[in-house]
Design a protein around this ligand. Structure first.
Ligand code: MG
Ligand code: MG
Length: 266
């Protein structure tokens, strides 16, 4: 889930707080792994949402998306031309779909929040490449998220990775700081100039989340007040990782391990 809050300052976390946030991030990763086991043609989206909510609550977490500004579910499930913030419905997955699963959980008062785009059955080659390259752009952003760099270096790295493919980069939504609130400062756009924006410093915890369109970057919001579609109805992909800057440097505290285990066993 992505959102912009223009009022808050960056909140730097202590080592102890980061240890707690790591537990929140772990729970999100395990939840995404549970969801991954059930992604296949014919499954209704609400079924995936129920699996996630039950798993989070069974592990003493709170699904943070549910009730956030009135969002009605525990996952954002965004299929094909839905970029982000899709509301789980009775709609079923079809062979050839792609689906961004974005999950958030609160544990010990701290938020975990990240996302993965899955391919359902056989996906068209151009869409498969979009998914792969969106994921790679996230890792390019992570590579630039070093202490002493600026937030703009992350933005620039994502943009530079994507540009040669002529995909659309969503500009209205961005990554964000995270902690006791799901959306804290700084905003982390997926495009921009290097060397600008806040300095990346120890104690920062933030999410990088490229949203990349196969066609043009133009988007619109559905009448439900949430669902973000591409205007040209071409598919979009979305990946999100959560990072913390510690004495060991920038650590990726989110994990796709449980997703990858589920995908390898399917
Ligand atoms: Mg998210
Ligand atoms: Mg987010």
């Amino acid at each position: 889930m992505v959102h912009t809050n223009i009022f808050n300052k960056i909140k730097y976390k202590s080592d102890a707080e980061i240890e707690l946030i790591k537990l929140s991030a772990l729970l999100v990763g395990q939840t995404l792994g549970e969801v991954a086991k059930h992604i296949r043609p014919g499954i209704p989206l609400i079924h995936l949402d129920r699996i996630a909510e039950e798993f989070i609550r069974d592990h003493h977490g709170i699904p943070s998306f549910k009730g956030y500004d009135g969002f009605p579910a525990s996952l954002c499930l965004s299929v094909n031309d839905v970029v982000v913030h899709g509301i789980p419905s009775n709609e079923v997955l079809n062979d050839g779909d792609i689906i961004s699963v974005d999950c958030g959980a609160i544990l010990n008062g701290f938020h975990g929040d990240y996302a993965y785009t899955f391919e359902v059955g056989e996906v068209a080659e151009d869409v498969h490449l979009l998914v792969e390259r969106t994921k790679e752009s996230l890792y390019a952003g992570i590579e630039a998220a070093k202490e002493g760099n600026h937030i703009g270096d992350i933005s620039h790295a994502v943009e530079s990775y994507i540009r040669p493919f002529h995909y659309g980069i969503v500009e209205e939504l961005c990554g964000h700081g995270i902690g006791r609130d799901m959306h804290e400062k700084p905003d982390i756009p997926n495009y921009g100039r290097p060397g600008v924006g806040p300095l990346i410093k120890r104690g920062m915890v933030f999410c990088i989340e490229p949203m990349i369109c196969l066609g043009r970057r133009r988007i619109y919001m559905d009448n439900d007040g949430w669902t973000i579609h591409t205007y040209d109805r071409k598919p979009a992909a979305h990946f999100e990782h959560q990072l913390a800057v510690t004495e060991h440097g920038t650590e990726v505290i989110s994990t796709y391990k449980y997703i990858e285990e589920a995908l390898n066993n399917s």
